[in-house]
Design a protein around this ligand. Structure first.
Ligand SMILES: [Zn+2]
Length: 312
């Protein structure tokens, strides 16, 4: 096992020449992973190091404290050449105390998200900066000659920048989704017709914004903390329907940011859409029913096969 040799070399257990880290095994997916279960007797030591069987004690830069003893650990090497240890920890679901507010969220292009209470959330500046830098590096890469040393270097640079953007974005999504779930009893979002939008020239910003992973976080955090989460069908014109009187106005071009309804209400385009999403979500919220016992096979849980990488 390549990793065993590499780690042994890093921790000084293996004699002789330093062993190079395992090489990419695929040109497409150049991540590698190895997993240790509790049976493998890995341990987190009091000094913060991670003891892996046959490998030794590794220094770990912890992103946060483990809430409970982990049942397994996976060591991953990403495309940028960094090693990560990710732990599986069984944490009990913690219902949050009930709160009054409910919220609709409009995911847009001018802002990352606009809430029905009027809050507008822009993608953080550092994220936009990192994304710009990534684009620049990608352009530089495309100018390098195939097979050249310079190209290989540029590939690593792009992978690093890419990883940084992905990390930063995930962090932003985590913080925002945690806050929204904490502050609201029910959260509704549009069921994104991303596939439809993707065919237009908006595609790039759609994928860059990462709404899919953000709404997925809202979903599982809602479930974990006893909140309601719902996706609203996009069949209704959320943008041009007046959230006050229900009249459907003229089609609005993208640069129209506010409009006035014949009923006299002045609407911010995105806040109005978010209010409509909230109303639609409330309307088709399922009424709670007593659990009914159903005979038959229990649903298989979607247990994914862990990548075993080079563990052989
Ligand atoms: Zn109106």
């Amino acid at each position: 096992m390549a990793y065993r040799n590499f780690f042994a070399s890093v921790s000084g257990k293996r004699r002789g020449r330093r062993v190079a880290p395992p090489r990419f095994r695929s040109r497409k997916d150049n991540r590698q992973a190895v997993r240790f279960t509790a049976n493998a007797r890995f341990r987190v030591l009091d000094n913060g190091r991670l003891r892996l069987p046959k490998i030794g004690d590794l220094r770990v830069r912890w992103s946060r404290e483990l809430p409970a003893p982990p049942s397994s650990v996976t060591i991953v090497r990403d495309a940028a050449g960094r090693y990560f240890a990710s732990f599986v920890v069984q944490a009990p679901d913690a219902s949050l105390p009930a709160v009054e507010p409910e919220v609709g969220i409009d995911l847009g292009l001018t802002h990352f998200a606009v809430l029905s209470d009027g809050t507008k959330i822009a993608a953080p500046k550092f994220l936009r900066r990192a994304a710009r830098k990534l684009r620049r590096l990608q352009q530089a890469l495309s100018r390098k000659q195939r097979g050249s040393q310079n190209r290989r270097k540029a590939v690593v640079k792009v992978a690093r920048a890419h990883a940084r953007v992905a990390d930063t974005r995930r962090d932003f999504h985590h913080k925002l989704s945690t806050r929204i779930i904490r502050d609201n009893q029910a959260v509704f979002v549009e069921d994104l017709a991303v596939a439809g939008l993707a065919r237009t020239r908006l595609a790039k910003s759609v994928y860059d914004a990462g709404w899919t992973s953000f709404t997925a976080m809202l979903g599982y955090k809602a479930a974990r903390h006893g909140r309601v989460f719902g996706r609203v069908d996009r069949w209704f014109p959320s943008t041009r329907r007046c959230s006050t009187c229900g009249v459907i106005g003229e089609k609005l071009s993208l640069n129209v940011r506010s409009w006035t309804c014949p009923c006299g209400t002045v609407h911010d385009r995105d806040v109005n859409a978010a209010v409509n999403i909230l109303a639609a979500g409330r309307a088709d919220r399922p009424t709670p029913v007593e659990p009914v016992s159903v005979s038959g096979r229990p649903e298989q849980s979607a247990a994914k096969q862990e990548p075993t990488g080079s563990a052989a």
